[in-house]
Design a protein around this ligand. Structure first.
Ligand code: GUN
Length: 291
């Protein structure tokens, strides 16, 4: 069994990016600059955005954190987005999701300038991804593809089951892994809450990507020997034995699944750190495209 070590791989990628930033600076070129917008006080979102900003510092990027109160109106957020679109200092930015219920997420994502959309969520960039045109790939799927590629996990002709059809993870994963590309050429099935024969599907899968957000959902009896497991879930579970009062659980029941797996991502330290590394990679690309 090989652990797909996202912590180490993301550190490698961040070092590569930091080297490139040094080169850019030495040549007198612009330092890449990422902005992150967060609306409201969701604890997990704040942690994620904080980690993204910290990662920028680590690789030598500039960063701007825009924190807006929960009661921010849709119009005020759209005005902020217009400001970021027209500010030449900002190479790329993200609007952290989820947004408060009174704000229309689609309207907001559509307002982001596609050339600064380093999350890859704008319909133009989703379309470009589907058509295999150069674009910003959404960071979590991009990170998973990078892990599979760097660990040379065989994917060509393999049966992949993606559990979850979210726009951020499940859907793009299913598109990317079926494409003619590195870590692609797979035969992909997308399973979701209405899927009737899930266990039959997962038992036949060479690779299972689990992204439904239910702690320890995938158990050892659902997979075959030699399977590759990508666990995208991260749920806080109350645990009084921990100093912070909780432990982090993935969507995979690691203890029963890992013994059967050829490759598996841990939680934490698997997919999560890769997401941030790939966001930085997209920001580097955004900066280089403009200079
Ligand atoms: N919320 C959960 N994942 C993401 C992400 O990758 N980007 C943004 N902007 N929000 C998220």
């Amino acid at each position: 069994m090989t652990i797909l070590d996202g912590k180490k791989t993301s550190a490698d990628i961040k070092s590569e990016i930091a080297e490139r930033v040094k080169e850019l600076k030495a040549k007198g070129k612009k330092t890449p600059h990422l902005a992150a917008v967060i609306v409201g006080n969701d604890g997990a979102s704040k942690t994620y955005v904080g980690a993204k900003v910290k990662a920028c510092e680590l690789v030598g990027f500039e960063s701007t954190l825009v924190e807006l109160p929960e009661e921010t109106t849709e119009a005020a957020l759209l005005a902020k987005i217009e400001e970021l679109n027209t500010n030449d200092a900002i190479d790329g930015y993200i609007v952290q999701l989820p947004l408060p219920k009174h704000i229309d997420e689609h309207k907001v994502l559509l307002a982001v300038d596609a050339t600064k959309d380093v999350d890859g969520f704008h319909p133009t960039n989703v379309g470009r991804m589907a058509l295999e045109l150069p674009t910003f790939l959404p960071a979590t799927p991009y990170g998973i593809m990078e892990l599979l590629e760097r660990y040379q996990v065989p994917t060509s002709g393999k049966n992949v089951v993606v559990i979850g059809r979210s726009h951020i993870v499940g859907r793009p994963m299913s598109i990317l892994m079926s494409q003619r590309r590195a870590a692609g050429d797979a035969t992909v099935t997308v399973a979701h809450s209405r899927t009737e024969n899930l266990k039959e599907l997962t038992l036949n899968a060479d690779i299972v990507v689990v992204a439904l957000g239910v702690a320890e959902f995938l158990t050892g009896d659902m997979v075959k020997e030699g399977v590759t497991i990508i666990d995208v879930g991260i749920t806080r579970i109350k645990d009084d034995s921990k100093k912070n009062g909780f432990r982090l659980a993935g969507d995979v029941h690691f203890e029963s699944v890992a013994p059967k797996a050829e490759f598996i991502t841990p939680v934490p330290g698997g997919v999560g750190p890769m997401t941030i590394a790939m966001l930085l990679k997209n920001t580097l690309l955004a900066g280089e495209q403009k200079s």
